[in-house]
Design a protein around this ligand. Structure first.
Ligand SMILES: NC(=O)c1ccc[n+]([C@@H]2O[C@H](COP(=O)([O-])OP(=O)(O)OC[C@H]3O[C@@H](n4cnc5c(N)ncnc54)[C@H](OP(=O)(O)O)[C@@H]3O)[C@@H](O)[C@H]2O)c1
Length: 340
């Protein structure tokens, strides 16, 4: 017997990707239901070679469903996740609503799979922010070997991280540059995104960090290790899919760049592409549609005692959201529910 699965937000960037990954990985599902808002009632979405008609989440009865993968934003999650959980359906949520609740596990399966047991507290499991997910996959094996003290990360985040409206805005602004009279007014983003970069993702906090930067700090501590210090600068760039990160790491013990490269080559979820020649690294375009967290440009930082620099790229809609959520669903199935 397989699982009965709900995908909420099935018409969105992450929801569509979750459906395609469930099909690709042949998730053992007897039934998959696609939900979104009333606006999308009847909209057809693909699930492998099948087509599903989207239902309205409002009033949906989750009873009898094993798990619900949510990608509907924090406001709608606040309303519907407790309903699903109270009806006995485990929620795997992509929004930031529950990530910092100590009662709710925040999981990247390659890093802290054992935390899954905590799902029992509230029947909810949180999926991390896209930029955190790929970073901790790359940091974990290095931390196990040489203990990370401090991380300085700068991100180059694609517009799909801001949902379908973000992708539409980059597309329409780019076209607008070539069509005289067409508007290039920012709507979703704070400034023009076409042919530009914007050093703000999410709102500003009192101390001058943005919320996205704060999330990378708080989530890395929760998933990897509370003792690791992180400081981040998060930047939106005119790329459709794929987040990139420049990561500087200080360790307690010395870690040679060749050993780091060997460790990362063996690490789950990581693919090292690191040739010291023109083009011998990964850019976001190559990461789109792929599952791996790519690591390139691994090199010693000579300015500190035990330092390394690296470049990390991943498809934000996959490892940064949908793939990680499906991996959590697989973990929940294999370790806990054990139906299929
Ligand atoms: N994109 C990423 O890289 C990424 C990474 C990590 C986490 N996330 C999180 O994943 C969630 C979805 O992001 P996205 O990029 O997929 O956004 P999106 O492309 O804008 O899609 C939003 C989805 O949510 C649904 N929705 C919105 N309001 C709703 C409501 N009141 N009731 C029911 N459904 C509602 C939409 O349905 P309609 O089509 O009917 O409006 C749509 O299916 C967000 O919480 C986001 O923070 C995104």
């Amino acid at each position: 017997m397989g699982y009965k699965v709900v995908v909420a937000g099935a018409t969105g960037n992450v929801g569509r990707e979750m459906l395609s990954i469930l099909a690709e990985r042949q998730f053992p599902a007897d039934e998959v239901v696609a939900l979104a808002s009333r606006r999308s009632l009847g909209t057809e979405v693909s699930f492998g070679d099948k087509t599903l008609k989207t239902k309205d989440i409002d009033g949906f009865d989750f009873t009898g469903y094993d798990m619900a993968l949510f990608a509907i934003g924090s406001d709608a999650t606040k309303k519907y996740a407790p309903i699903a959980a109270s009806q006995g359906c485990v929620v795997i949520d992509n929004s930031s609503l529950y990530r910092y609740d100590p009662q709710i596990p925040l999981i990247v399966p390659e890093v802290n799979a054992d935390a899954i047991e905590g799902y029992r507290n509230k029947m909810i499991i949180a999926n991390p922010n896209c930029s955190t997910a790929q970073m901790v996959v790359a940091l974990k094996p290095l931390h196990d070997r040489a203990r990370i003290r401090r991380v300085v990360v700068s991100t180059y985040q694609s517009v799909s991280g801001a949902g379908k409206e973000g992708m539409d805005e980059l597309w329409s602004q780019t076209k607008g540059m070539y069509v005289p009279g067409q508007e290039v007014e920012p709507k979703k983003f704070q400034r023009q995104i076409a042919f530009n970069v914007i050093p703000q993702i999410d709102v500003f906090m009192e101390d001058g960090q943005t919320k996205e930067e704060w999330k990378m700090v708080a989530e890395t501590k929760k998933i990897l290790d509370p003792s690791v210090k992180v400081t981040a600068t998060c930047v939106r760039v005119p790329v459709f899919v794929g987040h990139s990160e420049s990561i500087n790491i200080e360790f307690e013990d010395f870690l040679d760049e060749d050993e780091a490269r060997d460790i990362l080559r063996e690490a789950p979820g990581v693919l090292v592409i690191d040739k010291r020649e023109p083009g011998g690294y990964v850019t976001p375009i190559e990461s789109a549609g792929e599952d791996a967290t790519y690591v390139s440009r691994i090199r010693q930082d000579q300015t500190v005692e035990n330092g390394l620099n690296l470049w990390c790229v991943s498809d934000n809609l996959r490892k940064g959201a949908a793939l990680n959520a499906v991996q959590i669903a697989e973990l929940l199935g294999n370790r806990i529910l054990k139906k299929a």
